[in-house]
Design a protein around this ligand. Structure first.
Ligand code: HEM
Length: 410
């Protein structure tokens, strides 16, 4: 078996779009990832993606961004702001886990910190299972824990959420409620279409569990990285601090720039389904592995300039290149949550100075949370410097303490 690594931007972009390369990163984590959207290929992937795409629509994102996300942010960060300090890693996970649960279709009827804590514990275990390939622990021991977590998840959260949705679907059939009264989430779409696309119980369980961990882990890390880059940049560019407060499009640009530097999945792994030639001319065959290095591609100086490995929200981008590079992937597995988290990418002609009147513009969940934190005067806690996460080789933050200077607003 030979491993081929693709690191420059153009080749990485094209390689993610090769049809006969299938997902390979999650084979070891099958206990949670078997037959979920991200590991399917061909027709099975197309059919499931088509169905689930019904939730990933602009008007639904607008509903989440206008109504659900601000409420979740407010409710989750209020106790931290009251206390005057927070660990962004902890706070980020709580907000994003709640957001992703709403989107996946997992109810939290009690809305208590204990309930959030219980779900979070399960989601962390699912993440450990998904990334088993990188784990230094005994893999069978982790698998047993993930199975246990899936059982608990099913009993405590999934089955009650399914029962409530079936009841609502039955009421809609009887004409008692309108279609618009149904929850706007992945679970509802799957239950509503189970005759067209039947999923065995264990697959449905893994699919929803996968959504919870895919959405929350990446969003939480993006928020902490973005806050870090913003703090650093404002120290050396104080004039831009005011712009971040006054010009939402500029703050969104900063967030996209941070996403480019810190892709939640730094690499994508693929396996060839038949002998083929990669876009860079290399020939691959059975048993080979192709690693698309998204982090390297996102800092390719030929595309992003000589300072490609540094944060600079004023950089200009070549036509057709997204400001966050390949952070949301590409090709058939491209992240459907891109607009939900990153918002819409403003057109080059959009005026970054004047973003008033952009009533319809989607800014994304990461923006909304970063903006809410900055609006409350979040700044690095001078007494507790941020620390890297020692549990992973990925350059994530293990703790990042902030204090809130102004609970009342900017
Ligand atoms: C900053 C946040 C996020 C980042 C950076 C991110 C990144 C990615 C990447 C790189 C992939 C493709 C992986 C590959 O090709 O192997 C992916 C797939 C996926 N993401 Fe995200 N994601 C984010 C947030 C979300 C959210 C919030 C959701 C759901 C609510 C979500 C749902 C998914 C799903 C379902 C897939 C699989 C798509 C498929 O296989 O067709 N992601 N994401």
């Amino acid at each position: 078996m030979t491993t081929f690594t693709v690191s420059n931007y153009d080749d990485a972009f094209a390689t993610l779009r090769v049809r006969d390369l299938a997902q390979a990163l999650y084979d070891e984590g099958a206990v949670i990832m078997e037959d979920v959207l991200l590991t399917l290929h061909g027709e099975a992937h197309r059919d499931r993606r088509r169905l689930e795409n019904r939730v990933f629509r602009r008007e639904i994102f607008r509903y989440y961004e206008g109504q659900v996300i601000p409420r979740t942010i407010e409710r989750t960060i209020a106790p931290f702001v009251e206390r005057g300090h927070a660990d962004l890693v902890v706070l980020g996970y709580r907000v994003t886990m709640n957001l992703t649960a709403d989107f996946a279709g997992i109810d939290r009827p009690h809305q208590t910190p204990d309930e959030t804590e219980a779900l979070l514990g399960l989601v962390v275990k699912f993440s450990e299972g998904a990334t088993l390939v990188h784990s230094t622990r005994d893999h069978d021991a982790v698998r047993a824990e993930v199975r246990q977590a899936l059982g608990d998840f099913d009993r405590i959260f999934l089955q009650p959420s399914i029962d409530r949705r079936r009841e609502l679907l039955a009421r809609m059939e009887r004409g008692e409620i309108d279609e618009s009264d149904l929850p706007k989430d992945v679970l509802t779409v799957l239950l509503r279409n189970e005759e067209r696309l039947p999923l065995p119980d264990d697959v449905l369980r893994r699919e929803i569990a996968f959504y919870l961990q895919a959405g929350s882990h990446s969003t939480a890390n993006s928020v902490t990285h973005a806050m870090h880059e913003v703090f650093d940049w404002c120290e050396t560019h104080p004039q831009d601090a005011a712009r971040m407060a006054d010009e939402p499009l500029f703050l969104q640009r900063c967030i996209h720039e941070s996403m480019r530097l810190h892709p939640a999945s730094p690499v994508a792994w693929r396996k060839p389904l038949c002998p083929l030639e990669l876009p860079n001319g290399q020939r691959v065959g059975d048993g080979d592995k192709v690693i698309v290095d998204m982090r390297a591609a996102n800092t390719d100086p030929r595309v992003f300039g000589a300072d490609a490995d540094r944060f600079n929200p004023h950089r200009s981008l070549p036509r057709g290149v997204q400001p966050f590079g390949l952070t949301f992937g590409g090709g058939i597995h491209a992240c459907p949550g891109q607009d939900l988290d990153g918002g819409a990418v403003p057109k080059p002609e959009s005026n970054l100075e004047a973003s008033n009147g952009l009533v319809d513009h989607l800014f994304g969940a990461v923006f909304l949370l970063v903006d809410a934190l900055l609006a409350r005067g979040a700044r690095r806690d001078p007494a507790r410097p941020p620390e890297r996460d020692a549990m992973t080789e990925r350059p994530n933050w293990g703790s990042y303490f902030v204090v809130f200077d102004d609970a009342g607003g900017r």
